[in-house]
Ligand binder design. Sequence first.
Ligand SMILES: Cc1cc2nc3c(=O)[nH]c(=O)nc-3n(C[C@H](O)[C@H](O)[C@H](O)COP(=O)(O)OP(=O)(O)OC[C@H]3O[C@@H](n4cnc5c(N)ncnc54)[C@H](O)[C@@H]3O)c2cc1C
Length: 288
Amino acid sequence: MTPKKFAYFAPASLKEAIQLLRVNEDAKVLAGGQSLIALMKLRLAAPAALVDITKTGDLLSYIREGKGHLEVGALTTHDTLERSKIINKKFPILSDAASKIGDQQIRNRGTIGGSCCHADPAADLPTALTALESEFVVRGVKGKRVIPQSKFFVDTFTTSIAKDEILTEIQIPHTPPKSGSAYIKHSRREGDFAIVGVGAVVTVGPKKVCRDVRVSLGAVASTPIRAKSAERHLKGKTLDEGNIAEAAERANEEADPPSDMHGSRQYRLDMIKVFARRALNLALSRAR
Ligand SMILES: Cc1cc2nc3c(=O)[nH]c(=O)nc-3n(C[C@H](O)[C@H](O)[C@H](O)COP(=O)(O)OP(=O)(O)OC[C@H]3O[C@@H](n4cnc5c(N)ncnc54)[C@H](O)[C@@H]3O)c2cc1C
């Protein structure tokens, strides 16, 4: 199918892009187009106008150090994230997630900002960013605001960004020394969307005690969620096989997965435990 007719704007600045979003009824931001154009071709989305932010003079593709966090520009592609030395070193959970998205063509064009704004609960980067307690910088007519991860993803395909706001940057707080992170995706075939995705961030304290832990889950609720019960179980305990296995057993307590052609609700609940254990072990091995 071909998309319905739409107007196309390629503004020269973010300011102009925000104005275009404000004055054009039913306009949408176009980033990598890997979700939006696919939906338009299927006529599941029919925006009256597209505001292409890839051609503005404001460069939104970067990975740089900020104050206490790493800053990632919204137009940074999945491929750039996967290959970035700084991401691989500091937040391998993000390179794990980016490397598992679709195929190489999608990773060349798709952006971290697009993936977050699309807010598919099965998407890989939003789940990884949830374990990292990231913050989202958006710009609109009234200026800039920073949205914490817990308030950013609102529902399936819904975020708290207003219609005339643009996500410009994702801020990832640095983790203490002896921290490790990992994302593991369970899908039927390489490149498919997750049946279950699990992110883990572990910080090891003296005597192998778990100083901090965060576990995030994708594809098992209407937004990415934290497995708080698993986290509570592990925090303050020795990071040994037994405690990790016990925490993984509890990882599905907050999940409310759907049943669909890719897997039943019960299958997903079972797989959360398996992949939580693997993600925690991989994160721990990286922390060491
Ligand atoms: C065949 C196929 C397989 C895929 N497999 C996976 C997978 O396994 N895992 C996975 O996570 N994803 C997968 N994807 C989705 C892919 O990751 C997309 O790149 C991503 O979802 C959207 O990024 P984009 O830059 O292409 O955004 P676009 O498609 O351009 O935009 C997506 C949405 O976000 C909005 N938007 C984009 N950028 C901004 C911004 N900066 N500010 C405000 N709004 C914005 C748009 O208006 C639109 O509503 C797949 C896609 C395809 C087509």
